[in-house]
Design a protein around this ligand. Structure first.
Ligand code: SF4
Length: 138
C-alpha cells in the first residue's frame, strides 16, 4: 500500500491528511484527516499530480534593472519545474515590458504561459521622462 501524509495549505488550520492507495487500484484512494472537502480535493491532487506556480526572473535588455520577475499564470506539474527554469535561463526580453505580458506561451506544452509580474520601461524612455520632469520643476 502506498501512503503519504500531506499538510493541507488551503486554510490556516493545516490539517494533516493521509492518502492511501492500494497498488494497481488507484481508483480507490482513501483520504483521512481532512476537516473538509476542499482538503480532500487538495490532498488527492497533491498525491496524484502535484503542481506549483513557478516564480523566477529572466534577463531583460535596455531596462533600469537587469532581470525581469516572471511567474507561471497557472500551477504546472511539479516534475516540470526544473525544465521550466532551464527554459527561463535561455530567455532574454527587450524592454519595455508590461505587467501580465506573455514571456513564454504554453511553456513546455503545459497549457500555461509565463508572464511578467511587473512592468519595466526602456531606460532611454525613463531618462527622457526624468529630464522632462526636471525641466518642468525648474
Ligand atoms: S482540510 Fe479543510 S479545514 Fe483542514 S486545512 Fe484543509 S481546508 Fe482547512
Amino acid at each position: 500500500m502506498q501512503e503519504k501524509e500531506i499538510v493541507c495549505i488551503i486554510c490556516p488550520v493545516g490539517c494533516r491528511v493521509q492518502v492511501k492507495a492500494t497498488p494497481g487500484d488507484d481508483e480507490r484512494l482513501q483520504v483521512e484527516g481532512n476537516e473538509c472537502g476542499r482538503g480532500k480535493k487538495y490532498a488527492l491532487e497533491e498525491f496524484t499530480n502535484p503542481t506549483r506556480v513557478i516564480t523566477s526572473t529572466v534577463v531583460i535588455r535596455g531596462a533600469l534593472l537587469p532581470r525581469l520577475p516572471v511567474k507561471t499564470r497557472e500551477p504546472v506539474p511539479r516534475h516540470l519545474i526544473f525544465e521550466c527554469l532551464k527554459e527561463l535561463d535561455r530567455v532574454e526580453v527587450e524592454s519595455p515590458v508590461q505587467v501580465g505580458e506573455v514571456i513564454i506561451k504554453d511553456v513546455l506544452g503545459t497549457g500555461t504561459d509565463i508572464v511578467a509580474t511587473r512592468s519595466m520601461e526602456n531606460i532611454s524612455n525613463h531618462e527622457h521622462r526624468r529630464e522632462k520632469e526636471a525641466a518642468n520643476a525648474d
